[in-house]
Design a protein around this ligand. Structure first.
Ligand code: HSE
Length: 389
């Protein structure tokens, strides 16, 4: 296998390392397309080019590996490679989540394989499991900790009393965070992964804009103390589930009891819990971010191309499931600053109210639709955390 690689950042270098440390796979990187030729790199200069066509139009290169940051440029590369009949491997969750319908259509049209295990929870082999093992309609929910950076931040805050800024810095230095870390902190990144998994789990295309996401950027000392006082830690959890033909999804921080299985998923580790009709819950745990953890998922996709592996998207063609959040109700803690800041009529019920000089909070039930539409959610003085068993 001859590979043409786009991008040589954290994941690209991770792939280079795992490829050179793995004897069983005969795949050579022939050319690496980069944006900044003047950067110092730990690989001989003759590998590099700034001309994408040197890869796309090279008949010797049969696999294009796309590992760049820019989602629009990534789509051009991936679609250009698929149109030329080349197999493509990508780890670009933002691009894939936004362009899945087009990418699906391109695969159908060209017959070329497009694999992206590295885009969802890095080392956890979740897409291929959903495709192959859970290829029936027994699955009822997929949820978990889908972002390493926020899990590092929350672990460092709860276990080491680090400040938010120090913990984020740690995640950045170790190559876990996106180059724009607000994608992690504000919950976009786990939502993108959720949108990809929605297709493989339940056969639905869901545009990221339709899914509520709320990250951990507003977590403050009061919330942390509240969590501790209830014997909990915080985790950012993305979730999708099916009831009859309807599928709903959202991504919210959650209070997790210290003895809950998610509490032991710490630092850059991710977890994916699947629930299905007869097996109840199964949890996959593994490193969800980092050069080698993502590089090894990319390598596994490259390796699967040896036997012409393709996603079959069986659930897409099989069932009539559709995205609908109208019946989903959540129990949430809503911390705010003053009376009148939150619209009480949005809530189905409120079971706890707290008022002090430091903060106010309510705990209550609210429909996902109402929460998603609430103007007060945009107020930076408001934080929302889910309570769920
Ligand atoms: N920034 C991502 C994370 C990288 O922290 O999970 C892996 O997708």
């Amino acid at each position: 296998m001859k590979l043409g690689l786009f991008g040589f950042g954290c994941v690209g270098q991770g792939l280079w390392k795992v490829l050179h440390e793995t004897k069983g796979i005969r795949a050579d990187i022939k050319r690496i397309c980069i944006k900044h030729p003047d950067k110092q790199r730990p690989v001989p200069a003759h590998f590099f080019t700034t001309n994408a066509l040197e890869i796309l139009d090279d008949p010797e290169i049969d696999i294009v590996v796309e590992l760049i940051d820019d989602a629009d440029a990534a789509f051009e590369i991936v679609s250009g490679a698929l149109a030329r009949g080349k197999a493509v491997v990508s780890a670009n969750k933002k691009m894939i989540a936004h362009r899945l319908p087009e990418l699906y259509a391109l695969q159908q049209k060209t017959g070329a394989a497009f694999l992206y295990e590295g885009a969802c929870c890095a080392s956890i082999p979740i897409i291929r499991n959903l495709e192959e093992y859970y290829d029936n309609d027994l699955l009822t929910s997929v949820e978990g900790i889908f972002n390493g950076t926020t899990n590092v931040i929350l672990s460092k805050i709860f276990e080491e009393n680090l400040s938010f800024a120090e913990a984020l810095k740690f995640a950045q230095v170790h190559g876990f965070a996106e180059s724009d870390p607000s994608l992690d902190v504000d919950g976009f990144d786990p939502k993108f992964k959720l949108c990809i998994l929605l297709l493989h789990a339940f056969g639905v295309f869901v545009r990221p804009e339709k899914v509520l996401h709320f990250g951990i950027g507003r977590v403050n000392a009061f919330d942390i103390e509240f969590a501790r006082s209830r014997g909990c830690v915080l985790k950012l959890v993305a979730r999708c589930f099916r009831e009859n033909d309807k599928v709903a999804a959202y991504c919210l921080p959650r209070f997790v009891p210290q003895n809950h299985r998610y509490a032991s998923v710490r630092h850059e580790y991710n977890a994916v819990t699947l629930e299905s009709a007869f097996s109840e819950h199964q949890m996959f745990v593994g490193k969800g971010a980092g050069d080698k953890a993502t590089g090894c998922a990319v390598l596994s996709d490259i390796s699967a191309l040896r036997y012409q592996y393709k996603y079959e998207y069986r659930k897409f063609s099989q069932n009539g499931t559709f995205f609908d959040t109208s019946e989903t109700e959540l129990t949430v803690y809503v911390r705010h600053e003053r009376e009148g800041q939150i619209a009480e009529q949005d809530f189905a019920s409120i079971s706890e109210r707290y008022i002090s000089g430091a903060a106010h909070y309510w705990i209550g039930k609210i429909s996902l639709e109402k929460l998603q539409a609430a103007a007060w959610l945009n107020d930076v003085g408001v934080n929302v955390i889910e309570l769920k068993n």
